[in-house]
Design a protein around this ligand. Structure first.
Ligand SMILES: Nc1ncnc2c1ncn2[C@@H]1O[C@H](COP(=O)(O)OP(=O)(O)OP(=O)(O)O)[C@@H](O)[C@H]1O
Ligand SMILES: [Mg+2]
Length: 76
């Protein structure tokens, strides 16, 4: 089985990177795909989204995996 890596990157702040990433993840999950999100933005917005959603509706996240860059040793 092959996988894909999708990078959402844009220098401009507030351009929708975090929103797009969260929606792509949920969309692919809804298609039955295995999804892992890695947030390399030190701002941590995607992590806050993940934790909030986990608290409010854990079932909705299914098998979604989440990590920050520090989980694999990188400092950004
Ligand atoms: N497609 C869209 N249409 C309208 N508003 C959007 C869309 N995508 C994101 N937004 C809104 O734009 C704002 C910035 O979005 P978001 O936080 O995803 O951007 P970002 O690029 O991750 O920002 P940052 O550079 O601060 O990390 C938020 O208020 C979000 O709700
Ligand atoms: Mg962001």
């Amino acid at each position: 089985m092959t996988g894909s890596v999708i990078t959402v990157a844009q220098q401009k702040g507030g351009s929708g990177k975090t929103t797009l990433s969260a929606n792509l993840a949920i969309g692919f999950l809804a298609q039955g795909k295995s999804v892992a999100l890695v947030d390399i933005d030190p701002q941590g917005s995607l992590g806050r989204w993940f934790m909030t959603r986990l608290e409010r509706d854990p079932g909705a996240l299914g098998t979604l995996e989440f990590a920050t860059s520090s989980a694999w040793g990188g400092d950004v």
